[in-house]
Design a protein. Sequence first.
Length: 173
Amino acid sequence: MRALIVAALLAVPAAAAEPQGGPVFAGFGKHTPVEHNVAIPRGMVLRHVYDVTKAAPGKLNPGFETAARFINSHVANGVSERDVAVAVVVHGPAIAELTRPEVYAARNNGAANASEAMVKEMLAKGVRFLVCGQAANMMGVKKADLLPGVELAISASSAHAILQAQGYTLNPF
């Protein structure tokens, strides 16, 4: 009987508990508390990839921030930070927001990249940013132009294929 009770207690999913973690990213990735009943099983590793194409000159890139929100909301609801793996595949105009400050400024009339600090903080916390090499070539962006830690893939398609083989799910919206 005691073993049955212990087994039942161990089967309680982590997300059924009260919110536990503080935001991983305090300045961005804001989320709201949700009284949910779809629990994340304890120990489940969430591997999720976002596809971002749109740039957001002068403000935080909303596609990048959505990835941060995913991390913040799950950690706030009891999922261990180490169990949330996020990648962002970037192609199109959003590539500019992953370039070094001098490259960004040269391409944007001296403007600063509003997303740079956010991207650097996300990279430091293990978020992967993978740039489509085909789009980068079309835009004249070279590997050396990218912020340190940003990865350059052959294409967005190859980045997605690799991430899918590694167990990542693609965000459907």
